[in-house]
Design a protein. Structure first.
Length: 287
């Protein structure tokens, strides 16, 4: 194949291939709605490379002749036509394929049911929250009015019972060891008075917690030491058997003293009466 730069006087006309007719049929419409009786026949020349006739190879840049075409006026905008076509296609798919209609119906039902379920769940959560708040309020009232006083009384009973047991078991030697360990273990007058009142109340101390409240801030080792010391001192002065024995001894001694004094007085009176009678019967002689 030999290429020549000089164009031929006339270009060969090639027939339009059958497969290219579809390009002419799908040519775009005139968007300006113009009415042309005949398209203008303006032409332009293009320089093409010439090929020898004896070559069997096809021309690399062939040209084709096209018939004149009269474009029909535009009656509707192409995007409107395309929109109608798509709507029609959707309607046909909707009618022919029930899967789409079932999916849309299911989605609509799901949205409606979800909204109802959300509303029901919201109301249920709100009611549950109100019930929980009411339960908390009732629990707080029950705790403040019933539980705390009972627990406080039980704790006080337990603490003072343990204190009594510890103080009762400490020996005098134990008190001396505590004094060596802690040093000064004296309490103020108000605390000592409250401790003495608590001991005097005996088993009825829990009826009035006034003295126990006074001692509530006292350190534990001070309470144990002074409680034990008070119990040991009261073991002699407040011992019922010892007090009864002392009363019996004192009563016996008093009776013995009274009888002795009474007998002596009665004997003296009798002797005086006898002397007086003797003087009357036998008066003394005068010299």
């Amino acid at each position: 194949m030999v290429l020549k730069n000089t164009p031929p006087p006339a270009l060969p006309r090639l027939p339009t291939p059958p497969g290219h007719e579809r390009f002419r049929e799908s040519a775009p419409l005139d968007l300006r709605s113009a009415r042309y009786a005949k398209l203008p026949s303006n032409s332009s020349s293009h320089g093409l490379q010439y090929l020898d006739d004896d070559d069997d190879e096809p021309h690399p840049l062939p040209c084709y002749s096209a018939d004149e075409e009269t474009l029909a006026p535009v009656t509707e905008m192409p995007w409107v036509t395309e929109k109608k076509r798509r709507i029609q296609q959707r309607n046909e798919e909707w009618d022919q394929n029930p899967r789409h209609s079932d999916a849309v119906t299911e989605e609509l039902l799901r949205e409606a049911v979800d909204q109802q379920l959300a509303a029901i769940a919201k109301r249920a959560m709100r009611d549950e929250q109100r019930e929980a708040e009411a339960d908390r309020e009732l629990g707080g009232i029950a705790e403040d009015e019933f539980l705390k006083p009972v627990v406080s009384n039980e704790i006080n009973m337990l603490v003072w019972t343990v204190l009594y047991d510890m103080a009762r078991e400490i020996s005098p030697q134990g008190l001396e060891e505590m004094k060596k360990t802690y040093g000064k273990l004296d309490m103020d007058a108000n605390s000592l008075n409250a401790l003495a009142n608590h001991i005097l109340e005996g088993q009825d101390w829990f009826n009035d917690m006034k003295d126990e409240k006074v001692l509530s801030s006292t350190p534990w080792h001070l309470l144990v030491y002074n409680y034990s010391k008070k119990l040991q001192s009261d073991s002699l002065t407040c011992n019922l058997a010892l007090n009864m024995l002392q009363e019996n001894v004192a009563t016996g001694a008093a009776l013995a003293e009274l009888m002795s004094v009474g007998l002596q007085t009665a004997a003296e009176d009798d002797l005086e009466e006898l002397d007086e009678l003797e003087r009357l019967v036998n008066p003394p002689r005068r010299g």
